[in-house]
Design a binder for this molecule. Sequence first.
Ligand code: CTP
Length: 419
Amino acid sequence: MEVVRIRARGAAVGAAAKPKVVLGVSGGIAAYKACELLRRLTESGHDVRVVPTDSALHFVGAATWSALSGHPVSTEVWDSVHEVPHVRIGQDADLVVVAPATADMLAKAAHGLADDLLTNTLLTARCPVVFAPAMHTEMWEHPATQENVATLRRRGAVVIEPAVGRLTGVDTGKGRLPDPGEIFEVCRRVLTRGAAAPDLAGRHVVVSAGGTREPLDPVRYLGNRSSGKQGYALARAAAARGARVTLVEANTGIPDPAGVDVVHVGTALQLREAVLKAVADADAVVMAAAVADFRPAVYASGKIKKKDDGGAPTVELVRNPDILAELAAERALPGQVVVGFAAETDDVLANGREKLRRKGCDLLVVNEVGERKTFGSEENEAVVLASDGAETPVPYGPKEALAETVWDLVLPRLRATTS
Ligand code: CTP
């Protein structure tokens, strides 16, 4: 097997301090996207060793991997035997990410086969392992693949759900490798959690995000200023902690996160329908979306025109259903954890406590909103109120920190699993 050695300029300097990532690449057409993942990992200060399979090299050659990573590249255990690479590479890693992971690679990993350097590395690694599968829809849906994925998840690996979209050839469906930037996000979060087990593995969680828009006519709507960033942070955090995540988003315009099933909706009624469908088998639901309390009573099918008399139309509103209260009152499964958000401008805590009681949810994340607070920003500050009276303040910080705290608080409240 061909071995390409390229020493990256300055590679030795400070390399010891960098987190060590093994990028496993198996033989799928999406291998070219792993070059972008590799670039993101190296540019953000990771020491990346690429371990392709023989078939991966049909798609992207060893010279590319070696040049981009600054490390020699080999596919088998017989190169540089004195360095015992089949053991060392896995043992030394802080994270192994396999992208793309083919159906064959998932099968080998699930059954502990070790016939090349990558599969040996997977057996010797004691660090977190992330698989980003990519394959045709039929192969992904095949019971053999699904059982292999379940086995890997049960053992603690993070297996990212493939994206839906254009596949090789003319086919479209589930099986696309998610966007490399999104796989990078999962890796970053998994690395941040270190050796901590993916504690939401085997769980299905539903998150709503964004703000609903209630149409008045074909060009106008009643909306709100929710950016959806907090909901996306919750969805990404849950995926990195091993959960199967359904994200119901309204009008955010944010790209779909890797490994998350995204349902796009517009109005409160559409959001309600999508959330109620998704929670049927969910362990927890977090309503981070800003749902309009009212919608226009009448939708004008043509644009509402100005009148010559100088007057303005009166818009009559009707109440939308309170989805959070409904979820809490009629839990789709016994013990399903229901989490709400409350955006308050005054008497924040008092209103929050009252809202928690009124809505009947298990946890309520209360934050203060205003002109310059929370909406659209990357940061948030909140207090999480629990139905048992516990109150957890979350200091001002990134929305992803609040997301982690929410899942930390959901975790002990989840019903026991049967598996
Ligand atoms: N929510 C909902 N359905 C609605 C309105 C709100 O599910 N029709 C959810 C939101 O997703 C959020 C929580 O309820 O999780 C709190 O929303 P908020 O607007 O603060 O509460 P309201 O019940 O609308 O109370 P207020 O009278 O303060 O507007």
